[in-house]
Ligand binder design. Structure first.
Ligand code: MN
Ligand code: MN
Length: 466
């Protein structure tokens, strides 16, 4: 219907009211672009399932794109690209801008650690002729979701002589996988009376690693010995080496398209690789930015950004200090004029469980990246709560670039909540707001995102760096 035929009320409504559009309804070409963008995203998901693997893959892509290891003593000019690897578990990449550093940097921070099951320091034991690993879960998980699914094992083990052994087993279709058992329904009458949160308890997240004995009648715990013997054959490690290890279990297998229309992707650890990948791509694709870009792929967000590879440490601050010293300017003048996107996921509205969402302030699959003014719980506690000025800058950038975005909040007030790295960026005296991708079944072994939203995150990040 042409506007001339619209009633005055309808015209006024068009002028005064606002709602976020469905991308597919409005812009079919954009859907095709999004599908193409997500093919390499799926490959990234498959190659990089842990923070260490994400750093290796990011460094590979950065070096391929001409990035050099950052040298605080070197001289840099606009367009130069550098990176800094923080202990193999976090990475910072930067492209020098045309403007002086005192006009601020444009920073994008996403995290590359995901909820998972870590091995305990003494993991291996045998019980009733089965060998197991004990685990301690990492991040917020719903424990019952992790039983009876195939799991893969990833990480690094240091041997006594200092040699590092990289372990990655369970994702190749030829590999064995690992498994947590649950009761059969026939015998679950008592377990069924447990609350859902205790359906599987922490000490029941035990990983089956073998069921054959070492063939020697004189041996106590022969199944444990058999497992150790096979690990020794394959990796050259012994039981004592587990004390010098970081080993993580995640859902086995590859990222898969979901639905007849293939518009969604199911994968382990979208949170937050679904922001880390577009952030990395935007960083690499930015050639001569106005402001210097600083892309941070950080660790430890899921357990509170702790540790020296998490954002509640000074490693990013030190990098910016190096940039300032290198340019002969005051660090404080750099940060106070800087702007950061804290790129993290939000909870997509789930029509099967509508009660925990406030529909007018939720994000939806297929409506674009989600701008979240504040996160937190119990009255915004633990959030950074971006200013109207910061909201203006980021929304203006997205509108100018034609990015499809939506505003969101993490569920109903007082239903729960969560935090991001935004508060730690704000602590540096940098303006910051959360911008990310809606995720359904967040923190489950397999999560779902819309390809359309992943692409809009990339578009937003690219426009932010322009
Ligand atoms: Mn996250
Ligand atoms: Mn998370």
């Amino acid at each position: 219907m042409s506007s001339s035929k619209k009633s005055t009320g309808k015209q006024l409504q068009d002028k005064l009211t606002f709602s976020f559009p469905s991308i597919a309804m409005k812009d079919p070409d954009r859907v095709r672009e999004a599908f193409a963008f997500c093919e390499p995203y799926k490959a990234f998901l498959n190659n990089a399932k842990t923070e260490r693997e994400c750093v290796s893959e990011a460094v590979r892509q950065l070096e391929e794109a001409g990035y050099q290891v950052f040298d605080p003593a070197a001289g840099y000019k606009a367009g130069d690209k550098v990176y800094m690897n923080n202990r193999g578990k976090a990475v910072i990449a930067a492209t020098f801008g045309k403007k002086p550093l005192t006009e601020g940097i444009r920073m994008n921070a996403a995290h590359i650690d995901c909820p998972r099951l870590d091995l305990k320091p003494t993991p291996l034991y045998e019980k009733n002729d089965i060998a197991y690993f004990k685990t301690h879960y990492y991040g917020g998980i719903r424990k019952y979701q992790w039983a009876t699914i195939p799991l893969s094992l990833h990480g690094v083990v240091y041997k006594k002589n200092g040699d590092a052994v990289t372990i990655r087993i369970g994702d190749d279709p030829e590999d064995p996988v690992f498994y947590i058992s649950d009761l059969l329904p026939h015998l679950a009458a008592t377990q069924n009376t447990r609350k859902l949160g205790e359906g599987i308890k922490g000490e029941e997240l035990n990983i089956v690693v073998g069921a054959l004995p070492y063939p020697d009648e004189d041996i106590k715990e022969p199944v444990k010995l058999m497992a150790l013997s096979l690990m020794h054959d394959k990796y050259g490690i012994t039981e004592a080496d587990f004390y010098r290890a970081e080993l993580e279990l995640v859902a086995a297998g590859t990222a898969r398209d979901v639905g007849f229309d293939r518009s969604l992707i199911a994968a382990t650890g979208h949170d937050d690789r679904v922001c880390a990948y577009p952030a990395l791509r935007a960083e690499i694709d930015t050639k001569k930015p106005a402001h210097t870009t600083v892309t941070v792929l950080t660790d430890k967000e899921e357990i509170g950004s702790v540790g020296n590879t998490g954002l509640n440490s000074d490693y990013v601050r030190h990098f910016i200090e190096y940039l300032a010293e290198n340019a002969g300017v005051n660090y404080k003048d750099v940060v106070k004029n800087s702007l950061c996107l804290s790129s993290d996921v939000s909870a997509a509205f789930d029509p099967t469980f509508p009660d925990v969402y406030e529909p007018g302030n939720s994000c939806y699959l297929g409506k674009g990246c989600v701008l979240t003014k504040y996160t937190g719980a119990r009255g915004k506690s633990g959030s950074s709560d971006a200013s109207a000025e910061t909201m203006y800058k980021v929304i203006h950038t997205m509108e100018k670039a034609g990015v499809y975005w939506q505003a969101g909040e993490l569920g109903k007030v007082d239903e729960g909540g969560g935090g991001t790295v935004a508060q730690f960026v704000a602590h540096l005296n940098i303006d910051v707001v959360d911008l990310g991708v809606p995720v359904m079944s967040m923190h489950a072994p397999m999560e779902i995102v819309s390809k359309l939203d992943v692409y809009e995150a990339y578009q937003a990040f690219k426009a932010f760096y322009k």
